[in-house]
Structure formats: C-alpha cells, structure tokens
Design a protein around this ligand. Structure first.
Ligand code: AMP
Length: 402
C-alpha cells in the first residue's frame, strides 16, 4: 500500500483536498485532487487525477445532512478504497493564523488546538473553518497525524520595526502587530525563484499574490522583510470583497454615525468592499474586465486596484532599497494580462519595462531589456503544505525511532 498525504483547505461550505505521493528524496507528487461543495446542503463530491480525468463523483441531497464531519470520514475511507491501493498516512492543513508562537509547521495535539483556538479573534472569518476539520479528524480518526501549516509563519523573519504598529506598548504585548498572510504562497515562490533566475533567489524581489485575496511581499535573499497585510487579512491591497487598508477612523464612523454593530461593520469590510464594493457589480476580475470598456464603475474598481498595487510596490521597493525582480502570482496575477501590463506601466520609474508579446503568452519572463525583471510564476500552496507535512512527519518518526 502506497502511503499518501492529504492536504486540506476547508471553507464554510466546501472542503478542497489534494493527495500527494511522497517518494523518498524527491518532491511530494500530486496524484489526485478534488472537493466537496455545498456541505450542509446538497453536496457534490468530485475527485480527479492530474490529467483532469474524473475518478469518482457522488452527490448527497440536503436531507442527508452531509457536513464537514461526514466529508472527512468519507474522504479518508474512499481514498483507501478506490483505484490503486493508497493509504492516507497524515493530513496537512492550511491554517491562516499561527500568531507569534508558531513560526513553523507543527504536529497537532490537544495543546496546539487550544493555542490555535485562542487565535480565533485575530482571524474570526477564517480560523474557525481551518480548525473545524482538525477537531473532526482528532475525534473521528484519532490515530491520524495532522500537521498545521500557517499562512503567517513565513513572515516571522521580519524585523521588529517592520512588524510594529505605532500603538501603545501594551497592545503590542497583547499580540497586536503586523503578522502578514499568504505565507504558503510566498514560501513556494521563494523556493522556485532559483529555477527562473538564480540572481532573484539572492536579490530584492516583490511578489504580488493577486487572487480573490491579495497582498504583496518583499523578499530579500528569499526571506520576507515586509508585506502589505498586517494584523488581519483585511489590510493592504483592495481585494475581491475586502477593503484593504482604510483609515481606522472609518471604522469609528461606521459604528458611531452609521450605527452599524461591530459584526455588521466587519461584514462590510470583509465581504462587501474591494472590487465588489467599488464596482457594485462583481468581485471577479474576469467579469470586471469584460465590462470595463463600457461600464465606468467596473473600470473605476480596476483602476483603484492597479493604483493601490503600484503605490504599495513603491513602498516595498523602498523597504528593499531597490528592486531586482517582480513576480505576479495567483488567479489575477497568473491570468490577467491587462493588470500585469498596467502595474508594470506604473513602475517605469523603477526601470521595469513590459515585453508585451511575452505578457500575452504568460511569460514566464514578461519584462524587456535590461534592468529589473518581471515574471509570471504560478503559485502552489498545497505543495508547500505537503512539503511541510512530510518534514514534520519525518521528524516525528525519527523521534519515535530514537
Ligand atoms: P484565486 O483567489 O487565486 O483563485 O483568484 C481568483 C481571482 O482570479 C478572481 O478575481 C478571478 O476573476 C481571477 N481570474 C481567474 N482567471 C482569470 C483570467 N483568466 N483573467 C482574469 N482574471 C482571472
């Protein structure tokens, strides 16, 4: 029986998974991927191989009360049954917040779960969804090793100054600081820079993770020195539905003058703002691009997105003391030719110039002539979780053997 790792990414009504072979001495290798959609209601399960061929598919109707718990138990038993004999030996989880305590992936036990639960107030809309499958697996599959991999951990290399807010000292002591997110994505990009240009791996690079969530990270020698997200995943760039940086005074205005409750204000900032809020049309860049020529609201939302990206890159270039490379990644960064062109046009002052033909075909190198280079590099957060899970598992096995 071939041992495999399952990598999970849980949302409020979905559970995405990828299954990796872990041959000795080489990268974990993706073999299957799939998802459960519509959990808690009418649920659809689908698993495909790496060529996109559907291997298994099932549907439950809303009367079946099929939720995250049923999905996890189903997944592990189903994977052990079909096609080649593969046995899940560990589960790696994406966990959005590791706080100050977790600067690396960790084997989950009861104490770890409690410490992660204490971080829910720092990521109220994401952390509970990440912790639920961990708790379910502990309860229903108690022997299964689980590894928590954090979106914040990669940024723990940042200096005290880079992570500090200008707030009273006691707030810093309570954990109010800049953490940064999308660390699994930045970890992946940092790990492959040398394959694109060895000079970048040791250089000053800004990575633009532009998806439904969006942030920028300044890498120096492959290490995070600054990022646009801060205490929560709200800060920095405007996103699909999140506002990005707003003056804290706006929140008081929402509470006092608009009489919103904290929960209502939170919902506005997380789910009704960003591209969706400004356009009033959609959080989906494809939709906005398709309307921008004739719809001023769609154009305005895109223009603000690009303007903020360009300004924030300027801030990170200052933090880096210059720029050798710019990397675009995630849904918009990997696919939206126009966003890449517009951002690079706004960075002419930094010596970046676009190779239009290369940009249209996705590069990977999309800059022309000399000077700093620009790249399109697809991210792979799941592979980072598989790498980290294997490494924690290896350490656990070595400890047991000694
Ligand atoms: P992610 O969160 O990384 O899955 O990225 C989601 C975002 O990527 C959404 O705004 C999508 O509209 C955008 N996206 C995906 N494919 C394309 C595409 N071909 N052109 C423009 N935007 C895209």
């Amino acid at each position: 029986m071939t041992p495999v790792l399952i990598v999970l990414n849980a949302g409020s009504s979905s559970l995405k998974f990828q299954v990796f072979d872990v041959p000795d001495g080489v990268e974990p290798r993706l073999v299957w991927k799939g998802l459960y959609e519509g959990l808690g209601g009418s649920t659809h399960f689908l698993v495909k191989d790496t060529d996109g061929a559907v291997l298994d598919e099932m549907t439950w109707d809303s009367g079946d009360r099929f939720g995250h718990e049923e999905a996890l138990v189903h997944l592990v038993s189903r994977l052990s049954q079909f096609r080649e004999e593969r046995k899940p030996v560990a589960i790696g989880h994406r966990v959005v917040h590791g706080g100050e305590a977790f600067s690396r992936p960790v084997l989950v036990d009861e104490a770890v779960i409690q410490r992660l639960e204490a971080l829910v107030p720092l990521a109220p809309l994401h952390q509970p969804h990440n912790l639920e499958p961990i708790r379910i697996v502990r309860r229903r599959l108690p022997g299964m090793p689980q590894v928590a991999c954090f979106d914040t951990a990669f940024h723990q290399t940042q200096s005290d100054i880079a992570s500090l807010f200008a707030l009273p000292r006691e707030m810093r002591e309570r954990g109010v600081r800049r953490y940064g997110f999308h660390g699994l994505s930045y970890d992946y990009i940092a790990s492959v820079l040398k394959d694109y240009d060895p000079r970048l791996a040791e250089g000053r690079v800004v990575v633009a993770h532009l998806g439904n969530g969006a942030s920028l990270c300044a890498l120096k020698d492959g290490v995070s020195i600054a990022t646009t997200m801060g205490f929560s995943a709200l800060d920095g760039l405007p996103m699909g539905t999140r506002c990005g940086a707003v003056d804290a005074g706006v929140v008081f205005f929402m509470l006092r003058e608009m009489k919103l409750s904290p929960e209502e204000a939170e919902r506005v900032l997380y789910t009704k703002s960003g591209l969706l809020g400004v356009s009033g049309i959609s959080n989906d860049m494809r939709v906005l691009r398709s309307k921008a020529a004739t719809n001023a609201d769609a154009k305005r939302a895109i223009d603000l997105f690009v303007y903020r990206i360009t300004r924030e890159i300027g801030s990170l270039v200052a933090a880096l003391g210059g720029i050798d490379g710019l990397v675009f990644t995630a849904g918009i960064g990997e696919n939206d030719v126009a966003t890449r062109a517009e951002v690079i046009a706004g960075l002419a002052w930094a010596g970046l110039t676009l190779d239009e033909a290369a940009n249209r075909t996705g590069g990977p190198r999309i800059s022309s002539r000399s000077g700093p280079t620009a790249w399109v590099i697809p991210t792979n957060e799941e592979l980072v979780i598989a790498r980290q899970t294997r490494s924690v598992l290896g350490a656990m096995q070595a400890k047991l053997a000694s």
